[in-house]
Design a protein around this ligand. Structure first.
Ligand code: PRP
Ligand code: MN
Ligand code: MG
Length: 173
């Protein structure tokens, strides 16, 4: 089986959009105490770039949820790593690489809301709204993504290809 990569969002387009998102997020949280919560592993590159596009310094923390991959039945979710920060009374911005069915985010939003944050919002680089199985609010979106299998800029296939600096469609034949 051969794999071909077709670029969908290039490095320059991503950088320009992340800069805009940085301005939008900065404006939304002016003067507030914010915890940026990255959803590992896929959000890592986007979170690092978004962080540097902000005009304020949020606290950083991470959670890990895995829904696809080795040993996980389709639709099953594994919660693998919790925050170390107490988010009660604080403004939380969840950072995702992509929102697909919405199941990962729905799970995390439900769990984190019980800890009484001052607010909780979502920023994702990519969104596939037509794939939603659970309704989730997405407050900041980089791009609408086409209905193809995407890799790179944090997104993987079997843990491979996360390091690619742009977003590609993976074509397997
Ligand atoms: C991917 C992606 C999102 C989630 C989106 O993570 O990074 O977190 O799936 O899918 P959903 O909206 O259908 O829940 P994955 O489970 O592959 O883990 P990873 O980030 O470690 O690759
Ligand atoms: Mn993920
Ligand atoms: Mg993955």
């Amino acid at each position: 089986m051969s794999e071909t990569l077709r670029e969908v969002f290039g490095q320059a387009a991503i950088a320009a959009r992340v800069a805009e998102l940085g301005r939008d997020v900065s404006a939304a949280y002016a003067g507030q105490d914010v915890v940026l919560v990255g959803v590992l592993k896929g959000a890592l590159p986007f979170m690092a770039d978004l962080l540097r596009a902000l005009d304020f310094c949020p606290e950083l923390d991470f959670v890990r949820v895995a829904s696809y991959g080795a040993g996980v039945a389709p639709g099953a979710l594994r919660f693998l790593m919790d925050l170390e920060t107490d988010i009660a009374g604080r403004h939380v911005l969840l950072v995702e690489d992509i929102v697909d069915t919405g199941r990962s985010l729905a799970y995390l939003l439900n769990m984190l809301k019980e800890r009484n944050p001052a607010s909780i919002k979502v920023c994702t680089l990519l969104d596939k709204p037509y794939r939603r199985e659970v309704d989730v609010p997405v407050d900041f979106v980089g791009f609408s993504a086409p209905p193809v299998f995407l890799v790179g800029y944090g997104m993987d296939i079997g843990e491979r290809l996360r390091r690619l600096p742009a977003v590609y469609e993976l074509i397997q034949e």
